[in-house]
Design a protein around this ligand. Structure first.
Ligand SMILES: O=C(O)CCC(=O)C(=O)O
Ligand SMILES: [Fe+2]
Length: 326
């Protein structure tokens, strides 16, 4: 369902009446009074304009970047919302996989795919892994597939670092939960776009992110730039984000924004909320800077190209090298 743009509020009657009344009562011949009236009119008009502007900002959500409409608010529990958008030509420059490569493009948000309990349990996996490292610059990642973990200004490979001892960090249950969440998200995407779930393959990078308001130290910390996933990551055809914390309860700023001419559309994170979209430039997006608190999410990406698929993570992954997400 497409969000409705609300009409601009009409000019306040009170202000209009004041203005009309003053104009009608104006008489010639008394110069100082006229000047006073003129000034009064300027002041009243100015106040009306300012008030009208404030009302308009309130209605449309005008922020420093322009008009913003909320696609998914933190306070609603969405059974599912889907907005179709015309596909970009980005998919034409890649090999096409009929029945999978997007012909129907769009974006969906659902709070019914993953429960809040699952989200909290999966967040504990992220917390456990990220507590072993963390970027100096406010944006840390943990990639359970490759083992990449932000540490200071670099990445280490958790699996290489811990070897067999990784079993003291993560459990089989952690990986089972991760797999089950991935499967549910994959099914939701397939259903929304009318394709078969088996034509979708997990691709890299698929990773947890933890963001706070510490100043960026390297380019990897600069998560807020508008980007197109298909351009940034190459193999992505469908991107999904599972949010693991709550906007305005756990952190401020950090809303997800679909960047569009005319009106940006925001998704306010909520633990358990899945947001998914086709990865081409029809879905240019960015994340607002986190102002306070800590924001957890997991980016789960799918490709139609079987050659670019990755397996689910396991407790004994083959010695992979760290992935460096952008
Ligand atoms: O965390 C988010 O809301 C978006 C992350 C993102 O854009 C990405 O991983 O490509
Ligand atoms: Fe992205």
């Amino acid at each position: 369902m497409a969000p409705q743009r609300r009409g601009a509020p009409k000019a306040s009657d009170g202000c209009g009446a004041t203005e009309r009344g003053r104009r009608n009562s104006s008489k010639g011949g008394r110069a100082p009074r006229d000047v006073r009236k003129k000034w009064l009119r300027v002041v009243v008009l100015g106040a009306c304009t300012a008030l009208g502007g404030l009302l308009l900002r309130g209605h449309l959500g005008v922020d420093e970047d322009g008009v913003t409409e909320v696609l998914a608010s933190r306070s609603e529990v969405l059974p599912g919302r889907f907005v179709e958008v015309p596909c970009s030509e980005d998919y034409d420059s890649h090999r096409r996989f009929e029945g999978c490569t997007p012909r129907k493009c769009g974006r969906g948000v659902s709070d019914a795919v993953i429960s809040r309990d699952e989200a909290h349990r999966i967040r504990s996996i992220a917390e456990k892994g990220l507590s072993l490292g963390g970027s100096d610059g406010g944006a840390s990642i943990l990639d359970l597939h490759s083992g990449a973990l932000s540490v200071g200004e670099h990445f280490v490979n958790l699996y290489r670092y811990f070897g067999d001892k990784i079993q003291n960090v993560f459990s089989e249950e952690d990986f089972r939960l991760y797999r089950s969440v991935r499967q549910k998200v994959q099914l939701a995407i397939a259903q929304a776009f009318g394709i078969s779930a088996s034509s979708l393959h997990l691709t890299k990078p698929t990773f947890f992110s933890r963001i706070n308001n510490t100043a960026a130290r390297t380019a990897h910390d600069e998560y807020w730039h508008a980007h197109v996933d298909k351009v940034t990551y190459g193999s992505f055809d469908y991107t999904s984000l599972l949010y693991l914390s709550d906007y305005l309860d756990d952190f401020g700023g950090g809303r997800f924004v679909f960047v569009e001419e005319g009106a940006n559309r925001t998704v306010e994170p909520r633990a358990g909320r899945v947001s998914f979209f086709t990865s081409g430039s029809e879905n240019l997006h960015r994340v607002e800077k986190v102002r306070w608190g800590t924001r957890y999410a997991v980016t789960i990406a799918f490709t139609c190209d079987p050659d670019r698929s990755i397996g689910d993570p396991s407790l004994a992954p083959p010695g992979a090298s760290p992935t460096q997400p952008h």
